[in-house]
Design a protein around this ligand. Structure first.
Ligand SMILES: [Zn+2]
Length: 171
């Protein structure tokens, strides 16, 4: 049996939570899954972490980062929770910068594969394909133009860079 893709997992979760508009309420989704979110002042290079304590999954987010980045961090950690439960059962999974791991071509084995999958999940969760395509259709915008992309990013509460990557990926 084929394992569902990270994007398919995210899509299913959005359906379960009945989310049909942007911005996607990532904290409500965490709550739905019984995952607690804690904000802490961490070193700048640390984005977040996920671990299980007394059977309860907990996501730690860097309180000093921009809210859009915090949303991506939460979505990324939820990806680990949904896709890599074995990874977080007996240890704390800590994430530093994951920007460099966005590219699918980096999806090798082991750690990198896990991080790429979590990013794919996060992208699909925060920027659901149908909602992004609809927003683009409604605004007739050019992805080489910076401002419409900024508008789109604002609408979904993600960084412009993250949205640009998503839009290019969706073709
Ligand atoms: Zn990670």
């Amino acid at each position: 049996m084929k394992r569902p893709s990270p994007a398919a997992k995210a899509k299913e979760l959005l359906r379960q939570c009945d989310i049909t508009s942007a911005p996607v309420p990532v904290d409500s989704i965490a709550k739905y899954l019984g995952v607690e979110i804690r904000y802490a002042r961490l070193d700048d290079e640390l984005s977040g972490m996920i671990f299980v304590k007394d059977g309860r999954p907990i996501i730690g987010v860097n309180a000093l980062h921009h809210p859009n980045r915090q949303r991506f961090t939460i979505a990324h950690e939820l990806g680990h929770y949904m896709l890599h439960r074995e990874l977080i059962t007996n240890s704390v999974h800590v994430d530093k910068q994951f920007k460099v791991l966005m590219r699918d071509s980096n999806a090798g084995t082991g750690t990198q594969r896990v991080e790429v999958e979590a990013n794919q999940f996060a992208a699909a969760l925060l920027m659901p394909e149908p909602l992004v395509l609809k927003a683009i259709a409604d605004h007739t915008f050019d992805i080489d133009d910076e401002n419409p992309l900024g508008e789109l990013a604002k609408q979904f509460k993600v960084s412009r860079q993250t949205m640009e990557y998503r839009v290019r990926n969706l073709g």
